[in-house]
Design a protein around this ligand. Sequence first.
Ligand code: 4NP
Length: 179
Amino acid sequence: MTSPSGTGRLPRGRTPGSTYRIAVVCLGNICRSPIAEVVLTDKLARAGLDGHVEVVSAGTGPWHVGEPMDRRAAALLTAHGYDATAHRGQQFDATWFAECDLILAMDTSNHADITDQLEGADEGRVRMFRDFDPRAGDGDRDVPDPYFGGDEGFETVLAMVDRTAAAVVEMLERELNGG
Ligand code: 4NP
């Protein structure tokens, strides 16, 4: 049994000088992790880190492989000026450990589903997305799944993702500049 780790430095890149690859992972890869991928990618570009850091996303479940994101997630992102059209669902599997420097789980259950597949891979690369949320309290590390709820759940996810992605980008700026 492994439990989500606390805050601290980001894992070192696997290959110095190469693109640092972050995977954001939820259950279905149509709501939370696509929102996080789009917002994080946008903030990285604004910080001039595109080309140095790449973001991908996946779900631990198989149901939405190849599909665009949930229409409610896409509508909310579009209303906030983002392009939500490129997303196609992917499923996480153990091969991602070799391809990613940092894997960010959107909730505790996703974290467990990821670490169950470690098979000797470095657990330090798997963190909770909200480990980096400046407003997360003790024991409050989940981005709540909005799939079975109403539109307000998606607004909550976007607000959490927005402030957490900003903190992740700040940390990456420091770490990639050797800070
Ligand atoms: P997500 O939400 O994990 O944020 O993408 C879900 C999407 C689909 C399902 C569950 C959660 N589903 O059971 O199909």
